[in-house]
Design a binder for this molecule. Sequence first.
Ligand SMILES: [Ca+2]
Ligand SMILES: [Ca+2]
Ligand SMILES: [Ca+2]
Ligand SMILES: [Ca+2]
Length: 330
Amino acid sequence: MGAAGLYLLVCGCSAGDGGNGFGSAASLGGAETTEGSAGGGAEWMGTIDEGGDATSDSATTASSQAGPADESAGDDEPPNPNETCNGLDDDGNGLVDDGLGTLSCGLGVCENSAPACENGLPGVCTPLAASDEVCNGLDDNCDGSVDEDTTASCDSECGPGTETCVGGVPECDAPQPQAETCNYQDDDCDGSLDENVAGCRVGVHRAHNSSSGEHFYTTNLMEASSGGFVVESQDYYDVYASAHAGLQGWYRCLKPNGKHFYTTSAGCEGQTVEGVLGYVSTNEAAESRALYRLFNGNLGDHFYTTSAAERDTAVSSLGYVSEGVGCYVF
Ligand SMILES: [Ca+2]
Ligand SMILES: [Ca+2]
Ligand SMILES: [Ca+2]
Ligand SMILES: [Ca+2]
């Protein structure tokens, strides 16, 4: 047992100390001495092992220190002067072509990016597709300007306007429909003037006195039915009850013969002014119609009709002379 143990120990010495160890063990011969020598050898080998461990630890440490250094290099994209785009790990950090950054290209919606190095070759950045510029807060045509030249014409029910781009939202300044009020304007732009505005217009009744031959017009239905007059047509035409831009007074006048006539002349053409019947247009305008004025010298009667046919009959058959259009009524 002792010889076998000695042999193993000698083999251990020779491994660490060469021929001198083997020679020393053979010349000693004594088991105790040999064992003692063997014990020293064991301690030496142990020292070697410890040294090996220490070296291994320090190597691991160095490696672990190199790790963080590589990671920081990878995080910082631009600065990696030791790496070039060539498919190789130039800086030896275990990463190929790392930290070479990205390319950017294009403006507006065309803006794009690509790796600066791909597969060892310089990357290519291709801008995204452009389109026509529209008002949306984006640079659609990628010229560096947002929503430029997007002003356009526009319109509403009430008329034309200009559309401008405000904060990426198109705004049309065309007039917008308003609530209808009595103003001789089509406020809600539905094509009708002052429709459904109570009291805006008032009806003029047409009356006739067969005894005197006088035609008489008044907004007062009782008046139209008094003094020998008979209502021929209730609400024969309409006038505005009050003055508005674009309208003119329609005056009721009294002649020396006690009969009436109507005119836009505020002075009643030199005759007596009884007052204003309402307000009318002097031009053919929206929704207006002509009120023809005629005169019969024999009767001393002024006659007014909205019917061209009746006017013509009065001229051809009833002794009236046309005096043109008195005004335009509604
Ligand atoms: Ca643009
Ligand atoms: Ca745009
Ligand atoms: Ca209207
Ligand atoms: Ca109106």
